[in-house]
Design a protein around this ligand. Sequence first.
Ligand code: SF4
Length: 500
Amino acid sequence: MDRRTFIKMAVISSAGTLYKSKIASARGIPSKVFDSTAGGRCYVPPAKGVIETSLTDMFKIGPGPSSSHTVAPLRISSNFLKALEDLTKDLMENAQSIQVELFGSLSATGKGHRTDRAILAGLMGQKPETCDPKLMNELGDTTRRYTTTISGKTFEVSKDIIVWGKIEHDYPFANTMIMRLVGKDGATLFEREYYSTGGGFFHWKGQPAPARGKPLRPFGSMAEFKRLAQESNKTLHEIILENEKAIMNVREDEVLAHLDLVLKTMEDGVTQGLAEEGLLPAPFKFYRKAKRIHECSKNANVADGFMQQMSSYALAGSEGNAAGRLGITAPTLGSAGTMPALVYVMKHHLKLSQDAMRKGLLAAGLVGFLCKNNASVAGAEVGCQGEIGVASSMAAAMISYATGSSLEVTELAATIALEHHLGMSCDPVGGLVLIPCIERNAFGAIKAYNAYLLATNEIASQHWEDLDRVIMAMHETGIAMPTMFKEMGTGGLGVTMVDC
Ligand code: SF4
């Protein structure tokens, strides 16, 4: 293409952009504007039903590096252990061994994500929120044999009980895990087919509905939530608090105590990460950098210094996660540095009160609920847009609401942050939560902060995009994304960064 043609095309293209920006003065673009491109297909609001996820489901404590590949398998094997304890004496007397079969991304990248160690730890009675990091490290030694005693019977717990099954499969969820109790004759005595659905969530085939309450103010989308807020004359944080109390049947002070624990764990993770240096556990030399970047920020100008500091907070949280430390799923552990970076900024830079930070966390919870309910927060289902993208969106909502923004502006901040992560694949090198995950948290935090700045400085009613539509776009993009880019370690950086 010659220079003249290039300039001509650039002029035409910018004229098109100008035209679009001119019509972008209100929400709900009429489809007739895009006769040739919309293909007659218009937006259909999410119809996934009422959200019944609780804040304690969303913000869980567990060991890194991955909520879907570490926390959920630990919770699953802990659940299986409990199920075995409830079996009849006769059945247990006939039992010989426990077998675990992994499918999909759990099988493809489970070793790098410590899935095997989490399963063994769960069978040995460990719980995610108190899991001993020392034991998790020791379980990496595959030559060692451990045992667990269930209803008076002793079973071997070692790498030999794990079968790394098919990566491509027909189970209804990408991350499937089957746990079996095997008899002396090799027959299966008891079995559960579990699904790890992202963010440490799991359920099993045929699971009865959990016995818990219904939300006091039901909603399934942001549009419904806004209507609800208007009709009830309630604020965002009041609605989320009321629903939490009704779903979990708890008092308000108990909900607030959980929020405080989440905020403190996030802040402590950053503080600890900023003090650490050296290598992270990996089969190649991978150095921590949070401390160094934080120290360099002290000699930088104000603008660069703040960017460096915020990045260092996200890196600190994420490096701790990669080292297997206990963290908070927000929405996942792969994204364990993004929200903590903004929590640290809110507390140490903006000096917000605890009450304001709690309200911000409730706004983050709302965004996480919507993304989980109407799309997914699992890298194995929708790529990294569902992890870092959602974390960034939650963080943007959190800081906006905590600093006093309206519901509309808070939604706008969440929308902008998520929109600019659309299409991001999940391509961890070697199946480890190192490259690109750790730096992605820094970018997720920076985008969240920028989304907050954009949203709080523009006129919200003039912005076209809304959260429901962007979540829907994330879902559609995720479904269309090739499997190799969904936490398989077989596409993108997961391939190009490895020398043959
Ligand atoms: S690339 Fe993103 S989605 Fe994939 S493991 Fe890393 S943080 Fe999670």
